[in-house]
Ligand binder design. Structure first.
Ligand SMILES: [Zn+2]
Length: 489
C-alpha cells in the first residue's frame, strides 16, 4: 500500500487487555494471591516451576472467565484447552507460560463478543471482542540502581501463576480517546461482575495496544505494539503520541517498522524495545498435564442468569429513573465504586441530580487533580449526604459546602463537624447577625443615613459589608431582613 504525503490518515487501534482474576489461589496451585504480600512468600514447587510438579486448574478462575464471556456476549466454546507458550525469560522459571492458543480445532475459552462505546455524533458503536482466554501471570522483576556501579534485578515469584485473563479486541477503535473510553467501560463491566479489582496502578488491569495508520477505509498499515501504559490517561497519551510518530514516519516517505514499543510516562514518548515475535517463535503445543476445559450448557446458563446489572443497563436506568443526563450517567457509572457510592448517597439524600452534580463536578474535579480514585479517599456516601442536607437546611451555603468538600476528601472528617469547628457554618442566628449589623451601621453612618433618606440602593452595599465581616457566612436573606428592620426602626 502506498500512502501519499499529505493524505489524511486514520488511526486504527486494537487492544489486548490482561486482567488478574479475583481468586483466592493461583491458576494451577493453591498459593494465595494477596496483593502486596512480602516478596516470595506465596510460592510452591508448581509456581516456581520445579521439575516434577504438576498443575491443577483453578475452577474458580474458569468460572470468572465464563462470567466475563457472558457479560461481553461472547460465544463460549464447549471445549477449550491449554497450551505451552515457550520462551526463555527470567520471570518465567518453567521456560514456558501456560496459556490458551487458537489454531485449527483448538479454541480459546470464548470468542466473538462485543461492548458498546458512544459513537462520535452517531449512535453507540460496538467494539468487537475477538477472544477471551485464560493463562497464568509471570513473576515480577524489580530493577534497581546501585550508585555508580552496575544495576541489579530482583525477582518476586508471588505473581508467578496468578490467574490471568486476556481479552483481545478487533482493531475497531478509531482514536486514542475511543480506546480510553472503551477501556474505562470494560473496566466498569469487570468490576460490576466482580472478576477483577480493575486497578491499573496495581497491575491487576494491564493494557497493550496495536496501532497502525491507513488511508480512511483503506487496507491496514504496518502496526506497532505499545506496552507499559499504566493508567487510562497514559493509554490515551501513549496512543496519541504513537499515532503522531507513525504519521511523521509516513510523511517522510519511510515505512513503519513492526515492533514492540514501550511507553515512557515521564518523557511522554514511546521507544522501540524489541522486534515483535511471530506465533511460530513460541513453539506452542498442547499442555500435556492438563485436561481440556469442558463447559456444559446448563452450567453456562446458570452463570448467565446470575449476572448482576451491567453498567450499560445501569446507565439507561439512571437516565430514565433519576433524570440524569446521558453524560452524567456515563460518568457516574464509569466505575463500580462510583455507582455504588451514588446509589447509597441517593438513598440518604433523595435528590439524585444534586448528588450526581456533586459527584461529576467537585468530587471528580478533586480526584482528577489529585490523580486518585474515589476508593483512595475516605469519603463515604454518608459524608456527601450530610453535606447536601446541611445545604438544603440552610446551615451552610453552597459556597461553603464547596470549601468544606476537599477537607472531607482529604481527612474523612464529617461536614457538620467541619462546618461548626472550622467556623464555616452559615450564620442564620438573629442575635449574632444583629451584633454584626450594628457594627456595620456604626462604621458606615453615611450610607445608613442615605438609606433612611430614601436611597434604597445602598442596602446592597450594607449587606455586602455584613458578608465581608462574616467572611461570607451570613445567611444573606436573614441578614437583609434584619438589616432592613434595624434601619426602618
Ligand atoms: Zn504455588
Amino acid at each position: 500500500m502506498t500512502l501519499t504525503t499529505g493524505a489524511g490518515y486514520e488511526i486504527v487501534i486494537g487492544l489486548e487487555i490482561h486482567v488478574q482474576l479475583r481468586t483466592q489461589s493461583k491458576m494451577f496451585c493453591a498459593c494465595p494471591t494477596t496483593f502486596g504480600a512480602p516478596p516470595n512468600t506465596q510460592t510452591c514447587p508448581v509456581c516456581l516451576g520445579l521439575p516434577g510438579s504438576l498443575p491443577v486448574l483453578n475452577a474458580r478462575a474458569v468460572e470468572l472467565g465464563l462470567r466475563t464471556a457472558a457479560a461481553l456476549e461472547c460465544r463460549v466454546h464447549e471445549r477449550s484447552r491449554f497450551h505451552r507458550k515457550n520462551y526463555y525469560y527470567p520471570d518465567l522459571p518453567k521456560n514456558y507460560q501456560i496459556t490458551q492458543y487458537e489454531y485449527k480445532i483448538h479454541r480459546p475459552l470464548a470468542s466473538d463478543g462485543g461492548l458498546e462505546v458512544p459513537g462520535n455524533g452517531e449512535g453507540p458503536r460496538r467494539i468487537h471482542i475477538r477472544r477471551v482466554h485464560l493463562e497464568e501471570d509471570t513473576a515480577r522483576l524489580v530493577h534497581g540502581e546501585r550508585g555508580a556501579g552496575p544495576g541489579y534485578s530482583l525477582i518476586d515469584f508471588n505473581r508467578a501463576g496468578v490467574p490471568l485473563m486476556e481479552i483481545v479486541t478487533e482493531p475497531d477503535l478509531r482514536s486514542p480517546a475511543d480506546a480510553r473510553v472503551f477501556l474505562s467501560r470494560l473496566r466498569a463491566v469487570l468490576q460490576a461482575i466482580d472478576v477483577s479489582t480493575g486497578r491499573m496502578e496495581e497491575g491487576s488491569l494491564r493494557c497493550d495496544a496495536n496501532v497502525s495508520l491507513r488511508s480512511p477505509g483503506g487496507a491496514l498499515g504496518t502496526r506497532t505494539e505499545v506496552k507499559n501504559m499504566n493508567s487510562l490517561r497514559s493509554v490515551e497519551r501513549a496512543l496519541a503520541y504513537e499515532g503522531a510518530r507513525q504519521r511523521a514516519v509516513l510523511e517522510r516517505g519511510e515505512a513503519v517498522v513492526q515492533e514492540t514499543r514501550h511507553w515512557d510516562e515521564r518523557r511522554a514518548v514511546t521507544f522501540a524495545s524489541r522486534s515483535k515475535e511471530e506465533a511460530q517463535d513460541y513453539r506452542y503445543f498442547p499442555e500435556p498435564d492438563l485436561v481440556p476445559v469442558v463447559v456444559s450448557e446448563p452450567g453456562l446458563a446458570q452463570i448467565r442468569a446470575a449476572l448482576p446489572e451491567l453498567p450499560e443497563a445501569r446507565r439507561r436506568r439512571y437516565v430514565e429513573a433519576y433524570g440524569l443526563s446521558a453524560h452524567d450517567a456515563a460518568l457516574v457509572t464509569s466505575s463500580q465504586t462510583m455507582a455504588t457510592f451514588f446509589e447509597e448517597a441517593v438513598r440518604r439524600h433523595p435528590h439524585p441530580r444534586t448528588v450526581s452534580n456533586w459527584l461529576v463536578g467537585d468530587v471528580a474535579g478533586y480526584l482528577n487533580m489529585e490523580g486518585k480514585e474515589l476508593e483512595d479517599t475516605p469519603l463515604t456516601p454518608v459524608h456527601l449526604a450530610e453535606l447536601l442536607d446541611l445545604v438544603d437546611g440552610g446551615t451552610i451555603s453552597g459556597r461553603t459546602a464547596k470549601e468544606i468538600l476537599p477537607e472531607m476528601l482529604r481527612s474523612g472528617r464529617m461536614p457538620r463537624e467541619l462546618a461548626e469547628g472550622g467556623g464555616l457554618g452559615q450564620i442564620s442566628d438573629a442575635d449574632t447577625l444583629v451584633a454584626v449589623i450594628d457594627e456595620v451601621l456604626a462604621s458606615h453612618p453615611g450610607p445608613a443615613a442615605e438609606y433612611q433618606a430614601g436611597k434604597r440602593a445602598v442596602l446592597t452595599f450594607l449587606v455586602g459589608q455584613i458578608m465581608k465581616r462574616t467572611r461570607g457566612r451570613a445567611n444573606p436573606e436573614v441578614a437583609t431582613r434584619l438589616l432592613r428592620e434595624r434601619l426602618d426602626a
